[in-house]
Design a protein around this ligand. Structure first.
Ligand SMILES: C[S@@+](CC[C@H](N)C(=O)[O-])C[C@H]1O[C@@H](n2cnc3c(N)ncnc32)[C@H](O)[C@@H]1O
Length: 292
């Protein structure tokens, strides 16, 4: 028995789950603690059923040694990522962005000739978060953002979620926090009764891409960001993978720019070069440039 198999402390799951846990952790940073191994085994068995595979050992071989291993890993990642989200999910945080952060960025860019904002929704799931951000910026486009252009970069690991995001059609559950006024302004009725499509005016500002936050080679290319939203993503990561992602965020942000995390997430013990700022019922981190 090798070290990984011995490390599994949950007697109810196959010991080979430990191998698959390590594989997923190494690729995507998502760490399944012993009490989450049952969930992982369940998601593997969904794939195994479709593939007519009966043992986890065989499935592990497919994930690691076959010609289809990269594709199969993508498909397994689609099964295991948790995509819970909705429009206007964290209202105090969005209020802070709209009323405090954006005006301060506009003031900071007063003397910059090319007035542009780049906002990144990292771990955007099915698109509700980046579309919400685009709507907020459109709300201000005729006020203090007059003269500014903006783009929302929206990335996720799960290509099934990204496909839904690109379609931009949503039902009641996703729309539960959207006011009638915002619904009228930024959505139109879709083919299915009760569903709404995000209007093109919003969609044209959002660019979706598959990006694994643990992919160091690609993370370096997301440059000159004014605000990052990475909400409810890092809760699935352990300390080491969090540190790696946050260091990329630090490098990707412009000086004095903002990072928003989910309300159960913090940079405590993860990174020292951000300053915590408090807003009413919300908080964010500002990139403080290192003094040399
Ligand atoms: C709970 S959703 C959060 C959605 C949105 N940010 C929000 O707060 O409403 C978490 C998302 O993180 C994505 N995710 C998890 N690990 C990732 C990784 N290594 N790289 C990119 N996205 C990842 C998942 O696919 C999922 O869509």
């Amino acid at each position: 028995m090798n070290a990984n198999i011995a490390a599994v402390g949950n007697a109810n799951v196959s010991p080979y789950c430990g191998q698959i846990r390590d594989l997923i952790y190494g690729v995507a940073g998502i760490f399944h603690t012993d009490n989450r191994l049952g969930f992982l085994e369940d998601r593997c068995s969904r794939r195994m059923k479709l593939l007519n595979i009966t043992s986890l050992v065989q499935y592990y071989e497919l994930l690691t040694r076959s010609a289809e291993r990269t594709t199969e890993l993508h498909l397994l990642l689609n099964e295991i990522t948790v995509g819970e989200t909705c429009f206007f999910r964290n209202q105090p945080q969005l209020g802070a962005l709209q009323r405090l952060v954006l005006p301060s960025m506009v003031a900071a860019k007063e003397k910059v000739p090319f007035k542009h904002l780049r906002i990144w929704s990292a771990g955007c799931s099915t698109g509700e978060e980046p579309y919400t951000l685009a709507m907020i910026l459109l709300e201000e486009a005729k006020r203090f953002l007059r003269g500014f252009t903006f783009e929302i970069i929206a990335t996720d690991l799960n290509d099934r979620s990204l496909q839904k995001a690109q379609e931009g059609v949503y039902g009641d559950y996703a729309l539960r926090n959207v006011s009638q006024e915002m619904l009228r302004r930024y959505y139109e009725p879709a083919e299915v009764k009760g569903e709404f499509r995000v209007r093109d005016e919003v969609r044209k500002h959002v660019k979706f891409n598959r990006l694994n936050l643990l992919d160091d080679a690609r993370m370096v290319f997301v440059k000159s960001i004014d605000v990052i939203f990475c909400c409810n993503v890092l809760i699935y990561f352990d300390g080491t993978s969090k540190k790696r992602v946050i260091q990329h965020f630090y490098n990707n942000l412009l000086p004095h720019s903002y990072l928003f995390l989910g309300h159960a997430e913090s940079l405590f013990g993860v990174h020292d070069d951000f300053r915590l700022v408090h807003f009413p019922n919300a908080m964010a981190y500002i990139k403080t440039p290192i003094q040399r």
